[in-house]
Ligand binder design. Structure first.
Ligand SMILES: [Zn+2]
Length: 120
């Protein structure tokens, strides 16, 4: 991949990473902010549900942050945009749509078929 293109994806990924990290900050401060007491059990239950929801989102965010960091690492070590399976170059259109991808469209499709076959 050309240096110019790598710079483009680096910027894109860094931007996504910053956005995610600032959102993550908001979630954490929302969770640790002093909460009033909820003597009503219904309120407590809904608070608990909110908290579970927040934790699920956080888990997804954390995974995504990890994937973005991996992609940035691949840019630095020169393996970005190369399919992990077949070692062919991943098309730029696919990378633009999904910059953290590690598989080309053909391998991705095969992976999905394999997953379906295993009933996942
Ligand atoms: Zn491939």
């Amino acid at each position: 991949m050309k240096k110019k293109d790598l710079d483009y994806f680096k910027k894109l990924l860094n931007h996504q990473l910053e956005e995610l990290l600032s959102q993550a900050d908001d979630t954490v401060s929302g969770m640790t902010a002093p909460k009033e007491n909820f003597p009503d059990p219904t309120d407590r239950a809904s608070l608990e549900a909110d908290r579970n929801f927040t934790l699920r989102i956080r888990d997804r965010e954390r995974k995504l942050i990890g994937k973005i960091k991996d992609a940035l690492e691949r840019i630095d070590n020169g393996t970005y945009g190369i399919c992990e399976e077949c070692e062919e170059e991943i098309s730029e259109a696919r990378l633009k749509a999904r910059p953290i991808t590690t598989l080309c469209i053909e391998c991705k499709r095969e992976e999905e078929i394999a997953k379906k076959a295993r009933g996942l």
